[in-house]
Ligand binder design. Structure first.
Ligand code: HEM
Ligand code: FES
Length: 342
């Protein structure tokens, strides 16, 4: 973790996640391209490039739907957090599958145009294609900047703003399909799938927002004397996990629970700004979900021989409410963990 440390950025969980995703994508495409035509009882089944365009396009849409569902699912139930950690890999794969869709479109829809396929695509007089191009460019920009290097280079606020454009991309894909393929009213399956996916994304986001709102209003007690803030209820923090508190001015703080005691540290990892509060306590140390850097609960320093340090914070209890002093202590300052009454 310090200068001599070689971070292992390819963890077993990432390998398992990527393998499951890859197998899922291959199985979906095979099923669509190989089994699909055999199930059709039409005299002239669609040609191979059209099937490829449909297979890659629908696969990319389903993957994008999954990418957007993971965030609210993880907020509703911490068991989904492992999916959140590796979501960037899923985003890159979605872009690759969308590129497959684009190549299939170029291969067929514009193959017989007297102008070069790309020029014909860009000059096509259709309402839905610009929406698809916009969505693809957003996915490409996100995939190209997904590496941690770009997070450090652009800074977390810019990087996050760029990646929030995924919502605009999703809306653009829905319009792309609605103005394009759905104009062919012969097969309702695509319309049903698109409606179900869009409704699921909206419903999950609403449910997560409503839950957070309920939590915030249930914490609306008389404000404690400054500088203390109400951070949450001790009972809402799962063992070896954290809640993240974002003071109006100041850095986000992660409050971890471990063996009946609470400790508050910066939510921002000293390695590459990873979201520490989404990590867990492993072997008695806070462990970053991105590359596994570790910090001690009692002073925010990495265990020897490593030398990283993060800011610690003071906590106190008001009944079962946890109060936080949002002023950071200098990185590595010891703060005894707060004992919870039995
Ligand atoms: C460069 C960008 C894109 C171009 C040029 C493009 C082009 C097309 C074209 C020509 C169609 C056929 C429409 C029809 O049958 O009337 C289509 C359908 C479709 N596209 Fe795209 N598209 C692009 C990006 C995307 C992206 C990024 C996604 C998803 C993430 C997507 C998902 C779909 C889907 C699901 C269909 C319907 C397939 C079906 O008929 O079953 N497209 N696209
Ligand atoms: S371990 Fe790399 S960002 Fe935390």
């Amino acid at each position: 973790m310090s200068a001599d440390y070689k971070p292992v950025s390819w963890t077993r969980s990432k390998a398992v996640y990527d393998s499951v995703m890859l197998v899922g994508i291959v199985l979906y495409l095979l099923a669509f391209l190989w089994i699909g035509p055999r199930l059709q009882s039409v005299t002239l089944p669609p040609d191979a490039p059209t099937m490829a365009m449909k297979a890659y396009g629908s696969c990319a849409f389903l993957m994008l739907t999954l990418v957007l569902c993971i965030g609210p699912l993880a907020r509703l139930d911490t068991r989904f957090l492992p999916l959140l950690y590796n979501r960037r890999h899923l985003g890159v794969m979605t872009c690759a599958v969308a590129a497959g869709h684009l190549f299939a479109v170029l291969d067929w829809h514009f193959a017989y145009s007297p102008t070069p396929p790309l020029a014909a695509l860009l000059g096509a007089d259709t309402a839905f294609i610009p929406f698809g191009i916009f969505a693809f460019l957003v996915l490409l920009a996100m995939a190209c900047t997904s590496h941690d290097f770009w997070l450090v280079f652009l800074g977390p606020p810019v990087w996050k703003a760029l990646h929030m454009a995924v919502y605009a991309a999703y809306a653009a894909v829905v319009v792309h399909i609605g103005f394009g393929a759905l104009q062919d009213a012969r097969n309702p399956t695509l319309a049903i799938v698109v409606m179900l996916c869009t409704a699921t994304v909206c419903a999950l986001h609403l449910a997560a927002a409503r839950r957070e709102h309920r939590r915030d209003t249930s914490l609306a007690t008389p404000a404690p004397e400054p500088p203390w803030l109400v951070a949450g209820r001790a009972d809402d923090i799962a063992e070896n996990r954290a809640i993240v508190v974002r003071p109006a001015d100041g850095e986000a703080v992660a409050i971890f629970r471990h063996q009946g005691r609470l400790s508050a540290v910066s939510h921002v990892c000293a390695h590459q700004n990873g979201p520490l509060g989404e990590g867990r306590v492993v072997d008695g140390c806070i462990t970053c979900p991105w590359h596994g850097y570790q910090y001690r609960l009692e002073d925010g320093t990495s265990p020897p021989p490593f030398t990283e340090r993060i800011a610690t914070y003071r906590l106190r209890l008001d009944g079962r409410l946890v109060l936080l002093d949002p002023r950071p202590n200098p990185p590595g300052t010891p703060v005894p963990p707060l004992e919870l009454p039995a």
